[in-house]
Ligand binder design. Structure first.
Ligand code: GLY
Length: 572
């Protein structure tokens, strides 16, 4: 390269870097950044799975945006910097409370394409479900909802969508350095990327990825620019929709341009319950999280967990048995309420939940899932990511969003640069056949065209004295609901500090398999006590990645990002 060309390239690179910096006004540099796990901020707080996304959220609020603006900009940014779960090719739920007291939820869960049908994963020859098809590659994807959801949320935001999407475009176009965990993730999924793609995506690298490598996503940047220019139509119509349909045709999938054009996000009435004087605001079906959380809290409220003690065998037994019963109801009764008569209120009914619990619970003796069936409700609801945001006006937002498995279906839309979900596996593909999280389901969650698959995502707000007190959520497939439950119990019952509420070990029971999943760092003596009660324990490396914001008694917000990943907080 001549001296003149070299100087010109250098000036261009410097200009690009300045542009990126001024757009993000970030304290972190996309080519060299760390993370922050815990902070107290006087005004605004954000937590997410990636330091750059949290910083984008904080910066957007500094520029005059509110918590909704921040959540939208963070989701766009996560789609770039956290490809394993942050997404535009997946879906999610937003639960928000605005400073004026309005509470809302936005359902942008993926939908089954028009030609999806009840038995689409059943092999004709064997009559058995082919889970490979519901989990990997083109046929595994539902019609993506995230872009529609962010535009539906935008009416509660202050800045233009052009502004909110700009940081993500720059991060995709100019690149950012990847962390050790991301390098491990991309390398670990390399064979799936090869199997699930017709055009090899940027996520494959000769010789493998290492921490500090720069990931540039030009096609994704172009897709984001089309959205910036044409709004949601830049995704659901025109070039992007055609690229999706073409990708499907090449790979044997079924999403068409018409499916893309028909997708709608929905605003739904939040679910509300109370627990020991706190108000809980959660997500209704197609999330199972709001319903199950309310049910388990209703079962546990009569017991003095605090006097039994945090991580005592007796307190853990109560929580495990509540989890067992709630997940039995999940399998039978929960699905998309637009398609199936989900008895949401009946399942959340306190008397129903408590009667079921007292019939089943014997202190000191493990229950048996074979003895537990779904109840008859009273008459009258893992690779994912969560972000929590709170602003100075008192707006609070909890968003959980997902591609389902790590990197979703692993199919990247050729020419459009984004990963598609493998959310069809969250339907019950065949009665008695567990999905990738081991969850069972029935007719309530059977596949039908245009239906949304049941989710465990549980973005949750907790209010105290009528004001926002806690913003919480986590990824983790079916463990999401029990991790949110335990984070809430840590704070309300056990008076844990915010760091402990997020980072102390968690456990999980989901009816079937009849085992208690336990993180590695529980005391061995406690685990022996649980075994002596009759529990089968299944050690697990890690459960969930909670992002928690608490209103601080001194004013402002205390925010914690889970130690289990690259998760990071930002604010001021
Ligand atoms: N894909 C995980 C969930 O929605 O529950």
């Amino acid at each position: 390269m001549s001296h003149r060309n070299f100087r010109r390239t250098l000036i261009l690179l410097q200009f690009a870097f300045l542009l990126l910096q001024s757009s993000l006004q970030a304290q972190v540099n996309p080519y060299q950044y760390g993370g922050l796990k815990h902070a107290n901020y006087a005004h605004v707080a954000a937590a997410s799975a990636h330091p750059l996304a949290s910083e984008v959220g904080s910066t957007v609020m500094k520029q005059g945006g509110n918590a909704v603006d921040a959540a939208i900009a963070m989701q766009w940014a996560l789609a770039v910097v956290y490809p394993g779960a942050g997404n535009i090719g997946g879906g999610g739920f937003m639960v928000a409370r605005l400073a004026n007291g309005k509470e809302l939820t936005i359902d942008y869960r993926e939908m089954a394409p028009a030609s999806a049908h009840h038995d689409m994963y059943i092999d004709e020859g064997t009559g058995k479900a082919n889970l490979k098809k519901s989990q990997l590659g083109h046929l595994a994807s539902g019609v993506p909802g995230t872009v529609a959801g962010l535009f539906a949320a935008h009416k509660y935001a202050k800045l233009t969508m052009r502004q909110l999407i700009a940081p993500a475009i720059l991060l995709a176009e100019k690149g950012f350095v990847i962390t050790e965990a991301e390098a491990r993730g991309l390398n670990g999924y390399a064979s799936n990327f090869k199997a699930a793609n017709t055009i090899m995506p940027v996520f494959l690298k000769d010789g493998g990825w290492k921490a500090g490598d720069t990931l540039v996503q030009k096609d994704l940047a172009e897709t984001l620019k089309r959205i910036q220019q044409h709004g949601a139509d830049g995704f659901y119509k025109g070039k992007t929709a055609k690229l999706v349909a073409d990708e499907m045709k090449r790979g044997g999938g079924i999403i068409t341009e018409a499916d893309m054009g028909a997708y709608k996000a929905k605003e739904r009435q939040p679910l509300r319950t109370t627990y020991r004087g706190y108000e809980i605001v959660g997500m209704p079906p197609p999330s199972s999280g709001g319903v199950l959380l309310a049910q388990m809290l209703a079962m546990l409220e009569p017991y003095r967990l605090d006097s039994l003690g945090l991580h005592s065998a007796a307190a853990m037994q109560l929580i495990i048995e509540a989890e067992r019963l709630a997940y039995a109801d999940r399998a039978e009764h929960l699905g998309d309420a637009d398609f199936y008569p989900v008895p949401t209120r009946g399942l959340m009914d306190r008397a129903y939940a408590r009667e079921r619990f007292t019939k089943q619970y014997t202190p000191g003796v493990a229950g048996k899932s074979t003895m537990v069936k779904a109840g008859v409700p009273a008459k009258q609801s893992e690779e994912t990511t969560h972000l929590s945001v709170a602003d100075a006006e008192g707006n609070v937002v909890a968003v959980t969003t997902t591609l389902n498995g790590g990197y979703g279906s692993c199919t990247v839309v050729g020419g459009a640069g984004f990963l598609l979900n493998n959310e069809m596996d969250d339907f019950s593909v065949q009665p008695g056949v567990p999905n990738m999280y081991g969850a069972l389901g029935g007719e309530a969650n059977a596949i039908a065209a245009g239906k949304r698959m049941l989710s465990s995502m549980t973005p949750t707000l907790v209010l105290k004295d009528g004001k926002p007190f806690m913003v919480v959520g986590t990824p983790g497939g079916t463990t999401i609901i029990t991790s949110v439950l335990q984070s809430i119990l840590h704070i309300i019952d056990f008076q844990s500090n915010a760091m402990d509420a997020v980072n102390l070990p968690k456990f999980h029971h989901q009816w079937y398999p009849d085992v208690v999943a336990v993180e590695n760092d529980f005391e061995p003596a406690l685990l022996e006590q649980l075994k002596a009660m009759g529990y089968t324990l299944a050690p697990r490396g890690s459960i969930g990645r909670v992002e928690l914001i608490l209103r601080s008694p001194r004013g402002g917000w205390e925010v914690v990002a889970d130690k289990r990943g690259d998760d990071s907080v930002a604010g001021y």
